[in-house]
Design a protein around this ligand. Sequence first.
Ligand code: SF4
Length: 308
Amino acid sequence: MSRIHGLIDEAARVPSIGRIAFTGGEAFLLGRDLDTLIARAHALGFETRVITNGYWAVNEAAARTRVGALLEAGLDEIMLSTGTFHQRFVPVERIVHAARATTSAGIGTRIAIETCDQQSFDETILRERLGDALAARTLALSHDPWITDAGGRGETALTHERLRAGGGARADGSCAVIMTTLAVTPGQRLIACCGFPLEELPGLEIGSIADRRLDDVIRDAPDDLLKMWLHVAGPMGIAQTVAEYEPGFVLPGDPVSICDACIALQRDKRAMRVAGEHAALNAESIAGTFVALHSRHPDAARTTALAL
Ligand code: SF4
């Protein structure tokens, strides 16, 4: 716990970081320690966000009490995750209790619903029981594609034919997350993104913070062409360049989201070899685009958030 407090202090030495997000695992398993971490981040001037499955909101009173303590600590935003797979363990009623308590407390709230062919979650209960908060825009619902675990954990292979048929599968475009949001893994590795597969793609790692200060590791991080290229062109853009030199190349698995495409790209040895060669050849152009983006939108290409 003292290391997490230390990381918050170290993040305060990086002027561009404005938000600390507590993600877990399940951040609420920290109990009251979560409140003290939020309070520390809040006292240092950070916006604070927490991501949770809402298991703790067992009834309305319990949700109100827990949220009251978080509000006092300085929590600004909460994301509640739900869907078929979450429902095996956490009934949707708890999401309703949690969202009602957080929206009433004025905490920005989003409910993220798993999306894949294997889900059968009926969100009617959310729309019916939280309709007033949705109408008032104090609550948002989002549908996030869930992808098969990149590390091979889990028993179910997830598919997205319905999403594809509805035109909702989007894997193209630049990655706005890489380098703007950093994440710390349980093994104290600093990663340049907070996408689903962050622990599985060594190319996204910045370095270990086990024995070094976070701000020192960020300051000393070398310019990395792959990360810059992902930032300005995204994985599909890099795959297009690979295909120019390797005719017929397509990313395997027909990616359903940008992170899905990122996994496919970084796991393909041939693609990474060709991308590495051409990143070096196109270094000036990649770095130039990155710098131009940075000068037009100062926050677009620098670290603004840390996920713990
Ligand atoms: S596209 Fe890649 S770099 Fe960007 S958030 Fe997803 S996994 Fe991270």
